[in-house]
Structures are given as C-alpha cells and as structure tokens.
Design a protein. Structure first.
Lengths: 156, 1175
C-alpha cells in the first residue's frame, strides 16, 4: 500500500514511569467510587503501537497525558493527538486505533472524540479531522484484511 | 556366535536410517547402550568390535560410513572412564584423526577425537605427538565456518579441548594454529558457538607467547570486536536459551554469561590494548544504554588487566569520556526525602555507578595523573566559581545542577581513593568552599563565628554546602574503610584531617543555624535536608573525639533531640532528625565508639525515654512512640533503657486506670502496649537476652492486677493480653514458672473462684441468669483475671509446670460457656501441649493429656436448676448433670450456651488436631451431628426456634467451627506461642473429613442442610494448601461453586467468599498440576463461568470482583470449542464491569475483555464492535 515509510526516522522519547497513585481515602472505603480520570484513560492508550514503527504512541509523543480530557459525570472523553510529521497519512489509522482501543476499554456510556492537535497536520486546514463514528464502523466492516490486521496488531 | 549376530543386529539398527524418526532415535539409543555395556563388561573388546564393524567404517556409501563412525565415536564417549591400553587409544586416535579429512562423515570423527582427548589420564594416555597430529589434521582439513551449527560446535569444543589439555602439543604448532583459530572463529553467529570461541581466544591468548601473538592480535581483536556490545535483538524466541545476561545451563560454563566470557577474552592479553580501549571508548558514546554500561564494565576490567603503563596512553581520553558520562547521566534534581539521608540522594542509575566505578579503578591505578587533571579541570573550576553566584538551591539552573552533582561525585570518588588523594583534593577545594560559605577557622565553639549568627542565618550557599557535604562524606568513608585509621593517632598528621578539624566547630554551628528556618520559607526543604545531612556526617566520624570534639558531638545530638521533642509539627525536619539520630545510634553501636556512646546515652536516650512517661500532652502520642521505638532499636544498651522506660510508663498508666479509674490513661496505655508488643518486642527477640526484663514486665502487670479495683474496656484488655502473651512467650521455662506462680496466686485470691466446687468433682450449678450476663463480661474483675491467666497459659512452653491443672481446666470449662474466647483458646493450648503418659515425661505438673481429656470430654461438669429446661431428646432427665459435648449437641434450650460450647469445643479440637490426636475425630463428628440434627430440626420445626433469628442459628456456628479448626490464628497455637504442630496436619484432616462431608452433601435433601454443609466445606477448602485441593479438583469444584453462590448472599461472609475465590483462581492458574486441574476445569467450565459472572457484580468487596474477573481471564485460555458458547455472556458481563466504581476492577475488566475477544474469529470481532457501539 505505502511504498516507503512516511516518517522513516522519528524522534523517540523516553517512556514515563508508571506513576503509582497516591493512596487516597477511597482505597480503604469499600463503597467509595474512584472516578475515571486522565491518567486512567492515558494508561489505556499509551501502549498502542505506532502503525509504522515498533514504538508506542507514548514514546513518539503522539499522545500525552495532558492531551486527554475526561469528564466522568458527563461521560465524555476527548483525546487530542499529535502526528509525528505534518503530512502523516497514518493519522487516520492512529485515530482509528485510539478509537477502537478506547471503545473497548471505556464503559459504553462514554462518548469519545478523537482530534488532531491544531496546527500539526496538513489536512487539518482542509476540514475537521475528527473521525466520525460511522467512518470507524465502515472501516471495521468493509476494509480489507490489511487495515484490519494493522488495527488489531496495533491495539493489542 | 550368537553374540556376534546380536552385535551385528545392534550395529545395523544404529546405522540404519529407514524407520520413522522418533521410533528410530529410541532404537538407536537403546542399541548404543547395549553395545556400550557389552564393552564395559569386557564381553566384547574394542578390537573385535572394530573388526565386526569393518565394512561400516570403510564403505563408500557416505551415509552408512558416517553412521558407522559416529557409532564408534559415541561408544568411546560412553567408555570415558574405562581403562584402555595405550596401543588401542593410539590406533583409534590415529583413525579418527585421519577421518577428519572425510567431510562427509565428519561428525563421528569429531565425536571420537573429543571422546579420546577428554579421557581422564587414569585409563590410557594420549601422547603429545598424538594430540599434535590431531591439531595438524584439524588445521589442514577443517573448514569450520562451512559446517552446520552442531558440527561447528563440536569443532570448537575440540579446539578448546586441545588448547586447554594439551598446551605443549599445541604451542609447538605456533602461527599455523593461531591462523587456523582466526579462520575458524571468523564470522561465527550462533550464541552457543560464540561462547566457545570467546573462551578459545582467552585460552589461546594465555598460551602463546606475546611475540607470536603480536602478529595476530589485531586480526583476533577485529573478529572479537565486532560482537561488542552484545545485544540480542530477537530475545523473544522460545528456543533461545542463551539470554544476554542469562546463564546457559547446557554449556560448559555453567556460571558464566556470554558477556562475561567476552569480557574475559577482551582482557586476556594486554596486546589487545591498542585495539580494545579505543573501541570501548567509542562505544561509550553510543546511544544504547546497554552498550554504555557494557563499555564501562569492560573498561574497568581491562584497566586492571592491562596494567598502568599501557592504560596511561589512553588516560586522557578515558578521563574526558568518564567526565562526559558522569555529567550526562546525573539526574538534575536531588531528592530530599528522608530515605536518602545516608545514601547518595539520587535514584539508582547503572551508567552513573559504572562510570564512577571506572573512575575509581583508573584513579587508584594512576592517582597522580588524574589528580592533576581533576584539580586543573576547567569545568570543575568553573562550577566552583559559579556556585557563589547562586544563593539557594532552587535558583541553580537544571544544567548547572547536573554539573554540580557530577562534580560532587567525581570529587567524592577521588577523595575516597587514598589518603594522599584526599589530602590534595581537600587542600585544593575545601578552603574555597569554606570561603564561599563564609566560614573561618575556629578552634573552640565559643569564638567560631566571626560574624553575627543572625546575618548568616539561612544564607548559606547551597551549592557550596552540597559540595562540602560530599567531601565530608568522602572523608568519613575513607576513614571508616582504610586500615591505617584503625589506630586512632594516625590521621593526626594528615592534612585533610587538620583542615576538617579546624573548620568543624564553625561548620557545625552554621549547619545548626540552617535548621532554624521556618516551614514557609522558600528554600525550607533544602535547608533542612542539607543541615541534617551535614550534621549527621559530622556526627558519624570515626576515631573518638579526634576530628569532632566531644562538645560539638553533644551539641549535634542536643540539636536533633530538641527537634524531636519540640518541632513535631515540622514533619520533614522531624522525620529527618529522627532518621539521623537512628543512624548515629547504629553507627556508635557498630563501631564501638565508647566515648560517643556515653554522650548518646546521656543526651538522647534519657530525654527520649522521659517522653513516654511525661505528662506533657502537646506532642502527639504516636509520634512519641515512633521516636522511642526507632531510637531504641539502634543498640542493645539503648533498647534496655527504652524497654525499662516503656515498662515504667505502662505500669504507671495501668495503675491510674485500674486503681483510680482514669479513662484518659486507658487510651495512653493501649498505645503504649501496642508499641511494646508490635515494635519493641520483635526487636528484643532479634537481639536476645532480655529475659529478666520480660519476666519483670509480666510480674509487674500481675502485681497491678492484684491491687486493682476498677476494670476498663475490652480494648485495654486485648492490648494487655497481647503484650502478656508475647512477653511470656519469649521467656524461658524457669521464668514462665515464676509468672505462673504469681498469676495463680492472684487467681486463687479471687472470690469468684470455685475452688471447693472444682476440687470436689461435684457438678457446678449453673443458672440462666449467670450465663446470660455476658454483655458486661469484659469489665468484670473476674473476666480480666481469667483472660489474663488464659493468655499466660496460651504462651506457655510445653515443659512449663502449670499449677493445679485440673482445677484450671474446670475453671476454663465454665468460663468458656460464658463466651470467654481466651478461656477456650487456653484449653486448646493446654491439650496441645500437655505431655502423654506413655512418654514417661511427666513434665506438665502431675496431669497428663489423658486426664485432661477425661475432664473435658467425659465428666459431667454442670448441673442446672429448674429454670433451665433440658431437651428431652438429649436423653437427659431434668436436673441431672451434663458435659461439654452434651451442650454442643443441644442438651439445653439456651442457644447462647450451645454457641459458646461449640466455639470452645472447636478451639480444643484445634489444639488436638495440630498435635495429631485421634480424639479430634470425635469432635468433628459432634460438629457434623450438630449440623445434621439441627438442620433436620430446621426443616420441620423452623417456626419454633429458628424463625426469629435463623440467620444466627446454631447450625451456622457449628459450620463456622471448621474455620476455627483449620484456620491459622495469631492469638493462639502459633509457632511463636510454642504450639506442637504436626507436619501436614491440615492435609490429613482435609482428606479424612472431605469424603464424609461430600457424601453428606449428596445425601442431603433439604436446601438448608446442603447450604450448611457447603459452608463447612468452604471453610475447610479455603484453609487447606492449594496443592492438596488441586488433586481433588474434580470433586471440589462443584462444592466450591455451591459454596460461592450460597455465601455470596450475606455481606458478613465476604471474607470467606474471597478466600474461596482465591482457591478457585489458584486452581485455574496452576501450572504444575495442569493435567489434573485442567481436566476438572474443562468439565466444569460452564458453572465456573456462570458463577464468576455473578460475582463480577458482587457489591461488598472490591477484591472479590477483581478476582472473579481474573478467574475469567484464566478461563479464556481453555480450549476454544469449550468456551466459545459462553463468549457473548462473558463479554457482556465484562463490559458492565468496565463501569465499576473501582479502578482496579476496571483495569482487570479491560484485560479480560482483551483476552476473550482475542480468541475470537474476525467475524465475531466486528460483530462485537457493532454491539458495543449500538448499546
């Protein structure tokens, strides 16, 4: 499908330590609820492999913890990711990966928005680059084995 | 003749390659063994064998010839220890040597040569000429790199064997052999072979003279060097058993990893130096972390091996590389947590430690050179110049901080290296640091400050302070490690010592002043950390009062102590000061600093001990106790003092409570006792020899009890009992006897004690009023004394003499009916430890186990007055006397009495069970009878007795008795409390009782009795070692499942649900018993999954939900066909768990979902996605 790599030599950043959560009062209280927060959502997506490289999205700084917005009460998550290069044609696939992974990891009540960070991608100016839901479904149902294999490989 | 034909048959079957491969290899191994054993037994000589095999060895058919030679070679391997005559060996070796040229049948020749060359010298010797011939043939004929992996490995083994065992033969071959080695190892890729090649290089380098080697050094190193750094890219492959740092078991070097062998090869000859050092230095700048670490390790190793002269050429380059490595690997921030007080203050970093190691090595080798570079280094001097421009640590830029720390560690390494180096470093850097700090030489504490203290306060330069502390630490370590300073007078002539001494007073004062900052100040953390650390280092110099005068030392201690006493609101400072005091205390203890020990005792211990008994309540009590227990743990003498102080405080406060009824003291004394039993007693145990103290503690408490008038809450009683048990438990038999005397006196003074009744075997009259008084039980004097006495008995050693055993047993029997658990535990402990008659060792008073059992089980201890109606079906008439088992079986209609009796019987049963006594069977049968009879009752007379409080019905208690029987308890019958424990008693009990319960479950017809039986089973299963349950998995799993569904209805059972679930997950995840467990699991997959799904929504315990999901994850590994039907159901349940209130459960749910959807086909996958979205 693609003859050469789009970004053959990406900058690889150090992985952050998995932060241990500070012991909150919730731990001792059997019935207290722990809300879904930024860090938890980040933990879901940080290990997704880049479609091109054997690195995780975290290592390539495609996603960071700060780029995730979570509102547990209103059941809303927004992930803003940053492609490694401006003309990255893999942005769509990365978006798909993120979406599928989050759909599988978050409760069904959540609405998930995936965005490309403003000013980091060439197609962004041409139109909104969020991936609408039906698009994802179309991809998952009808695209040929290549894309599907890619997705599965990346998510897991 | 028959033998000959058989022999041919065996040979034929080895050589023949026509049958199926697996079958064939077995046949071949068998025939090989047969022939070998014939040879070993001398039935067959090698000569005859060779004659018989003639055709196979010489035929032109390559395959048959190869097999034939291989057979001969393998046979010789088998005969390694059998003596053979020289002629045979010689001719055989000549044959194999010749065959090395035959590349089509090479393996046999290699195996044969190896077998002969490796022979022990006892049976036949191989001459130098023979070995030389082998080597020559090797050089001429073998093209190692064109062979397959296994043959290559054999070649290398042969070469290695020649080099190691026949050096004389090989050395004479000289250049030819070296050339052959180069050729053979060039381009090797297999890790197993590489291990051999590296070793070959190492051995060869040691063997050949330097002149000869010099020509080949560059070639050899070129071949070696390209493997560096060793980095496996595909370490995931399963069959790859030589991991990077892993040990390879199958190879000849069981304890060496590939990297180590390579390191040895690198450093094997100093001729490699011109090639190795530049390569290693170059790889040091690699971006791969492991390459860096390896380079540093190899460099330190090679430095030692190559020697100072050769390294000198590279010293400059090494210095700059090390400097770079140290600069770049430092963390830019220090941690100010109390954990790092005595360490480096950085997170562990491999590169940093390795580079400092290397620096240490090269520095020790060539101090003069490196010293001059360090002192003249521009970067270091720049840092020194720039530090004065920053006032606080925070102001320093990240980059400069990194450099500052690097300089600190470089200076510290060089100062540590030797006294001379320390002198130079201190002389060139210390004065200017002191200048930066604004300190001047002061000889006494009075006039050390030229300036006003207030001007300086809080204004110490942090950068300079940091470096100064690093240097002092280095000096301290130099002093602690070096032999010279063992004699106290020696360092007096050293210049660093004079420097430090002259500044010590002013430094101490300056450091103290930094501690006076307030918490809201900007650089509070840094000030406090540096202040405490500096003072700590000053306080831990060895050599008495040489460097640090006694008054300064005492001042330091005083500073810390007053912080402990008054600055408790200042958490960080308080913690650091406590830690520092602990460090100083253990330092004094470790190095026997007698002078300092005195000061420590006077200044610190006295004050801290007085904290416990002081009536100043401004300082929070838990903090006081923390300080006391931490500091007390540092040394034996201090501990003694602290224990005494604690004991006094406990007694004083107990007196307040028990005599004056002061409720405030009760809280204090509970905390004191907890500290005593949780922190101080374990430490006493570790150090040992505190017998008297413990004895005195126990006796003192009994004295207090004797005087007491009022008795306080249950909490106080529990704490006192625990302390009493632990204290008495660690006493010797003699001391325990003394405690018993005392305790028994107190006991018999009590008015309630039925001495006459008990002595005269007349049943004790019980009335209902007495028995239902249990609510106020803990506050009565009677209960206190009885419980404390019980705790003494629980802690007794088996040899200890218990006075009046029969009387005591009767007393406890009666008290346990009132719901006094300690009494029941004491009975259990007594039957566990009492001596048997048959042993002839009548140590335990004059009562044997048999007698005790008689009193407990067979005598009718109690009678009742008319107000108590006895059940007619108990077979008893009104007014007659009854025993313990009768009450358990429901002889009375007082429910609480029966419940207490059951609990009591359970504890007694536990005591018997642990020593493996047969009587426990009867007790269990009593319980089972209870279960059944009551459940029968429950089914038809439910409305009478159980309708109001059926949830608390007696049956349930009978089922819970099994928990007492099987469970491990801290309070009683533990190893610490000297219980007699028969090995595997749980297994035994499990295997006798489970079949009975299982058959009862099958027979039971009402759901109620079934549930009760399952409950009993659940208790037993959850406390049995997993391995036993696993063998029984098939029958256990259904019961387990029933148990789970029955128990999950009641919140109060959540702990037992959890432990059952743990057993289940243990069965599911067990790797060893795969065949037994797995079958049962597959069979019951459906019910396991159903029940786990129900437990995913168990509302009362997060751990239950988490474990249930983990069980489902484990289930996903079962055969696809078996679990596929349940897939949808599981995924739905798990997706609900994604919204669990607890994070840990959600994370498990994601894992589980992943595990289950991975085992699906593509179609299922996309369908699943669709479902998900449409929900």
């Amino acid at each position: 499908m693609v003859s050469g790599l789009i970004n053959a030599n990406p900058v690889v950043y150090e992985k952050k330590e998995r932060r241990a959560r500070s012991a909150s009062s919730c731990v001792n209280d059997e019935y207290a609820a722990e809300q879904i927060d930024q860090q938890e959502v980040f933990d879901h997506v940080r290990d997704i492999k880049d479609p091109e490289h054997p690195y995780s999205l975290e290592e390539l700084k495609v996603i960071t913890e700060d780029a995730i917005e979570v509102d547990d009460e209103r059941s809303y998550v927004r992930v803003t990711f940053t492609p490694t290069v401006e003309h990255c044609s893999m942005a769509t696939v990365i978006g798909l990966c993120l979406r599928v992974k989050l759909m599988r990891s978050l409760p069904p009540r959540f609405k998930v928005d995936i965005m490309v960070a403003p000013g980091t991608h060439a197609t962004e100016a041409a139109g909104k680059h969020t991936l609408p839901l039906h698009y994802v479904l179309v991809c998952i149902f009808y695209s040929e084995s290549f894309l599907k294999g890619l997705l599965l490989l990346s998510v897991y | 003749m028959a033998e000959a034909s058989q022999l041919i048959q065996h040979i034929e079957s080895f050589v023949n390659l026509s049958s199926s491969p697996t079958h064939q290899s077995q046949l071949q191994a068998a025939s090989l063994d047969v022939i070998a054993s014939l040879l070993k037994k001398n039935v067959l000589t090698i000569e005859t064998l060779v004659r018989e095999m003639g055709m196979y060895l010489t035929t032109t058919d390559d395959v048959i010839r190869a097999r034939g030679i291989l057979l001969l070679g393998e046979l010789l391997t088998h005969l390694a220890s059998k003596p053979l005559d020289d002629a045979t060996i010689h001719s055989m070796l000549a044959f194999f040597t010749d065959r090395l040229a035959d590349w089509k049948a090479l393996r046999g020749a290699l195996v044969g040569c190896l077998a002969l060359l490796r022979r022990k010298s006892s049976g036949g010797v191989i001459t130098t000429n023979d070995a030389k011939a082998v080597a020559q043939s090797y050089i001429q004929n073998l093209q190692v790199q064109s062979l397959a992996q296994h043959d290559r490995k054999l070649c290398f083994e042969l070469l290695e064997c020649l080099l190691q065992r026949y050096p004389d033969a090989v050395v004479s071959l000289g250049e030819d052999l070296l050339y052959a080695i180069c050729e053979a190892i060039d381009g090797e890729k297999d890790p197993h072979c590489l291990m051999l090649t590296f070793h070959i290089v190492e051995v060869a380098a040691e063997l050949f003279s330097d002149d000869l080697l010099a020509n080949f050094a560059s070639d050899l190193f070129e071949i070696l060097g390209c493997y560096f750094p060793i980095h496996f890219t595909h370490s995931k492959a399963e069959d790859f058993d030589v991991k990077r740092d892993d040990l390879s078991r199958a190879l000849m070097f069981p304890n060496l990893s590939l990297s180590h062998i390579m390191q040895a090869a690198f450093s094997s000859t100093s001729l490699f130096e011109p090639f190795a050092i530049p390569l290693l230095l170059e790889k040091l700048s690699s971006s791969l972390q492991s390459a860096k670490v390896d380079s540093l390790k190899y460099l330190s190793h090679c430095t030692v091996k190559y020697g100072a002269d050769r390294i000198e050429k590279h010293a400059k380059a090494m210095w700059s590389s090390i400097k770079d490595a140290v600069y770049s690997s430092h963390e830019p921030t220090l941690s100010f947590a109390s954990e790092s007080l005595d360490g480096v203050g950085f997170r562990e970093n491999v590169i940093l430690t390795e580079s400092l190691n290397l620096l240490d090595t090269v520095f020790k080798q060539n101090s003069g050179l490196f010293l001059s570079w360090i002192i003249g280094d521009e970067d270091i001097n720049l840092i020194f110049k720039s530090i004065s421009s920053y006032k606080t640590y925070k102001e320093i830029s990240l980059q400069s901080k990194q450099k500052l720390h690097a300089v600190g560690s470089i200076l510290s390494v060089s100062a540590k290296a030797s006294p001379a180096a320390c002198n130079s470093v201190m002389e060139s850097f210390f004065p200017c640091l002191m200048h930066a700090l604004g300190l001047s030489v002061g000889n006494s504490t009075q006039d050390c400050f030229p300036n006003d203290g207030n001007v300086l306060r809080g204004k110490l330069n942090h950068g300079a302070l940091y470096l100064c502390i690093e240097l002092m630490t280095a000096c301290r370590e130099l002093m602690a490690s070096s032999e010279e300073f063992k004699s106290v007078a020696a360092p007096a002539n050293e210049r660093w010592y004079c420097l430090l001494q002259s500044y010590s007073a002013s430094l101490a004062k300056a450091l103290r002043s930094t501690l006076e900052t307030s918490a809201n100040e900007d650089s509070y953390e840094t000030n406090v950390y540096f202040g405490v650390k500096g003072l700590l280092i000053l306080g831990t110099f060895r050599g008495g009062s040489l460097i640090i005068s006694n008054s300064i030392f005492e001042n330091i201690l005083l500073t810390f102590t007053s912080i402990i006493i008054s600055e408790f609101e200042n958490t960080l400072l308080w913690k650091l000061a406590l830690k520092a005091l602990v460090h100083i205390g253990s330092f004094i203890d470790r190095f026997n600093e007698s002078e300092k020990a005195l000061s420590y005792m006077d200044v610190v211990i006295e004050k801290i001990v007085s904290l416990a008994s002081s009536h100043d309540f401004s300082m929070p009590f838990p903090l006081k106790l923390e300080a006391i227990s931490e500091i007390g743990a540092t040394g034996r003498n201090y501990l003694l003092k602290i224990v005494q102080g604690l004991e006094e405080a406990v007694c004083a406060n107990l007196y307040e409570v028990l005599v004056h009824g002061n409720p405030k003291s009760a809280e204090v004394v509970v905390q004191l006792l907890e500290c005593y039993s949780n922190k101080v007693l374990p430490r006493i145990h570790e150090i040992g020899g505190f017998e008297e103290v413990l004895l005195r503690f126990a006796v003192n408490i009994w004295n207090l009890i004797e005087k007491s008038v009022t008795f306080s809450s249950q909490g106080l009683l529990d704490a006192t009992m625990k302390a009493m048990k632990l204290a008495v438990g660690s006493c010797s038999v003699e001391s325990q006897n003394i405690v018993f005397q005392k305790a028994f006196t107190v006991l018999s003074l009590g008015t309630y004690f039925p001495l006459e009744d008990a002595a005269s075997n007349i049943p004790i009259l019980l009335n209902e009023f007495q028995l239902t008084q249990e609510t106020s039980i803990s506050s009565s004097r009677e209960a206190w004394i009885c419980s404390l006495f019980a705790s003494v008995i629980i802690a007794a050693r088996p040899q200890t003499h218990i006075p009046n055993v029969r009387l005591v047993i009767r007393l406890f029997m009666t008290t346990l009916l009132k719901g006094n658990v300690p009494a029941a535990q004491a009975l259990g402990s007594m039957v566990n430890k009492l001596g048997l008659k048959s042993n002839g060792t009548e140590v335990h008073g004059n009562c044997t186990l048999e007698e005790a059992m008689d009193i407990i089980f067979d005598s009718k201890l109690w009678s009742f007055n008319d107000s108590v109606t006895l059940r007619s079906n108990g077979g008893l008439e009104n007014g007659s006397s009854i025993g313990l088992t009768d009450i358990c079986r429901g002889a009375t209609n007082i429910r609480s009495l029966q419940v207490h009796a059951i609990a009591g019987l359970a504890w007694i049963g536990k005591g018997l069970l642990m020593r493996g006594h047969e009587k426990v069977k009867d007790i269990t049968m009593t319980f089972i009878e209870c279960l059944l009879s009551n459940s029968k009752l429950g089914s038809f007379s439910l409305e009478q007795d159980y309708s109001e409080n059926s949830s608390e019905s007696v049956v349930k208690y009978a089922a819970d008795a099994f928990k007492i029987l099987m469970g491990d308890s801290e309070d009683c019958l533990s190893r610490k409390l000297h219980a007699t424990i028969r090995p595997l008693y749980k297994q035994r009990f499990y295997s006798t009782i489970m079949p009975i319960l299982q058959s009862l479950i099958i027979k039971s017809n009402s759901s109620f009795s079934r549930s009760i039986l399952c409950r009993a089973c659940a208790h037993i299963i959850s406390d049995t070692p997993l391995i036993v349950v696993l063998n029984d998995a098939k029958t256990v799993i259904p019961i387990l499942m029933d148990g789970l569904s029955i128990l999950s209805n009641d919140v109060s059972d959540k702990d037992i649900v959890y432990s059952l679930l743990l057993v289940l997950s243990g069965i599911l995840t067990d790797k060893n018993g795969k065949t037994i467990g797995q079958e049962a699991v597959i069979e019951c997959a459906h019910i396991i999954i159903d029940h786990s799904i129900i437990l995913i929504s168990y509302p009362h315990m997060m751990l239950v939900r988490e474990t249930a999901i983990q069980c489902l994850v484990a289930m996903s590994g079962l055969p696809h066909a078996r679990i596929y039907p349940m897939r949808r159901q599981v995924l739905q349940a798990v997706s609900r768990a994604l919204d669990d209130p607890k994070r840990a459960v959600r994370q498990e749910a994601v894992r589980c979902r992943q595990a289950w959807s991975q085992s699906l086909s593509m179609k299922g996958e996309s369908g699943d996605c669709f479902n998900h979205v449409s929900q």
